[in-house]
Design a protein around this ligand. Structure first.
Ligand code: FAD
Ligand code: UDP
Length: 370
């Protein structure tokens, strides 16, 4: 137990795995610990009925960066999955993101010109100068019909608040297209690791000592004494004992079920965009990998209020929490022995490709390669 390591890596998620891989490659020694009973953090996948189940929510890898794509392809092969979620509004099915298929189903329009004219007409009726909230922003973007059927219910369930109280910027992420293209993302590279994300992480951390079921904060001093540097990917406020207050998150709850049928909904992701259905979406995991198994596994996803002790999912990057985070960040910057990284360590809504990128930058900087 007295071994001196170059790096103690707290958290076996994607950030920790990239960091550990690069450090080891450069000849450094690493010890990795995680309080969970498995590696891979939130991208953990587990086989049920021979189907890779995304235990902490559906994860699709997508990136616009060729170097990041090449980097992850060292550890796994990706399949040809393209995310094309459907919206179910009281049994009516629409394609997402908002594209010609959506407009055709909504209004019967066929050509891009017709669709554009229809969207213009809708927007003209209720246009608001300087939209102050998500409702105003969404209506400016696509008009009241789409807002009512495909945005309002889903968003209010997801954030637990009326759209008039949600910041406008959240909806700007959604593409609006005048082509018949159901690809949810604009990025040129996309897919799901064949064999699951857990296997990808295992390959990254091959040869690295890992201790699971180990909470760093319980015996912080002991762990600190074992390494020259600590890479901490847990929540930054917890590291400092919540001395300025608690950073807030939005949580999720999953109800996962094995069904004795081969195909439940015919698509990996179906969003329920009405207000009455209590869950936001149903994930049918086998369709992420074009599975032909005799059974299927589905997860109903419910959005949930978060309180300390619950699983952290989405950071709430509103003004109040961002200000609080600035205080923690200033304190974190004074800890010369500790690197704070990743979604929890930096309190940022990072996608996986961004996590890979920032972890690579950081490890190169620390190893003196940049
Ligand atoms: P994590 O995966 O959270 O890893 C941190 C690890 O630290 C955890 O394993 C935790 O147990 C451990 N830890 C924390 N505290 C301690 C402690 N005190 N002691 C020991 N260990 C500790 N990104 C995409 O690119 N595409 C998607 O489709 C996508 N979908 C998502 C869907 C959902 C519902 C969510 C919430 C996120 C999604 N993301 C997606 C983002 C993606 O999950 C993150 O970018 C990624 O998981 C972050 O990796 P990380 O290593 O920073 O954090
Ligand atoms: N959104 C919506 N209807 C949908 C899907 C998304 O109104 O069917 C809106 C909603 O406001 C959501 C935002 O778009 O918060 C971003 O959606 P995304 O699917 O990117 O969220 P994530 O997958 O990150 O939870």
């Amino acid at each position: 137990m007295n071994t001196k390591y170059d790096f103690l890596i707290v958290g076996a998620g994607l950030y920790g795995a990239v960091f550990a891989h690069e450090a080891k490659k450069a000849g450094k020694t690493c010890l990795m610990i995680d309080k969970r009973n498995h590696v891979a953090g939130n991208i953990y996948t587990e086989k049920i009925e021979d189907i890779q189940v995304h235990k902490y929510g559906a994860h699709i890898f997508h990136t616009s960066k060729k170097d990041i794509w090449a980097y992850v392809n060292q550890f796994t092969e990706f399949n040809r999955y393209i995310n094309s979620p459907l919206a179910n509004y009281h049994g009516e099915i629409y394609n997402l993101p908002f594209n010609m298929n959506t407009f055709n189903k909504m209004w019967g329009v066929v050509t891009p010109d017709e669709a554009q004219a229809k969207v213009e007409e809708q927007r003209r009726e209720s246009y608001v100068e300087n939209p102050q909230n998500l409702e105003e922003q969404a209506i400016n973007l696509v008009g009241p019909d789409i807002y009512e059927k495909l945005i309002r219910g889903y968003t209010e369930k997801q954030w637990g608040r009326p759209c008039t109280e949600i910041p406008a910027f959240i909806i700007r992420r959604l593409p609006v297209r005048f082509t018949y293209d159901n690809n949810y993302f604009n990025d040129p590279y996309q897919g799901i690791p064949i064999g699951g994300y857990t296997a990808m992480i295992e390959r990254m951390i091959e040869g690295i000592e890992v201790k699971l079921n180990t909470d760093y904060l319980v015996e912080k001093e002991k762990w600190d004494s074992m390494a020259d540097k600590v890479v901490y990917t847990g929540p930054v406020d917890a590291y400092f004992d919540y001395q300025f207050g608690v950073l807030e998150y939005r949580s999720l709850r999953f109800e996962t079920e094995v069904l004795d049928i081969p195909n439940y909904q015919g698509n990996a992701v179906v969003n329920y965009t009405d207000s009455e259905t209590p869950y936001t979406r149903i994930i049918e995991h086998k369709h992420f990998e074009f599975g032909q198994q005799p059974k299927t596994v589905i997860s109903r996803e419910y959005s949930a209020e978060w309180k300390l002790g619950d699983e952290r999912y989405y950071p709430i990057n509103d003004d109040k929490n961002n200000k609080l985070h600035e205080q923690y960040k200033a304190l974190a910057d004074t800890q010369s022995k500790v690197i704070f990284g990743g979604r929890l360590g930096e309190y940022k809504y990072y996608d996986m490709d961004q996590v890979v990128e920032v972890a690579l930058q950081k490890v190169q900087e620390v190893l003196g390669h940049k």
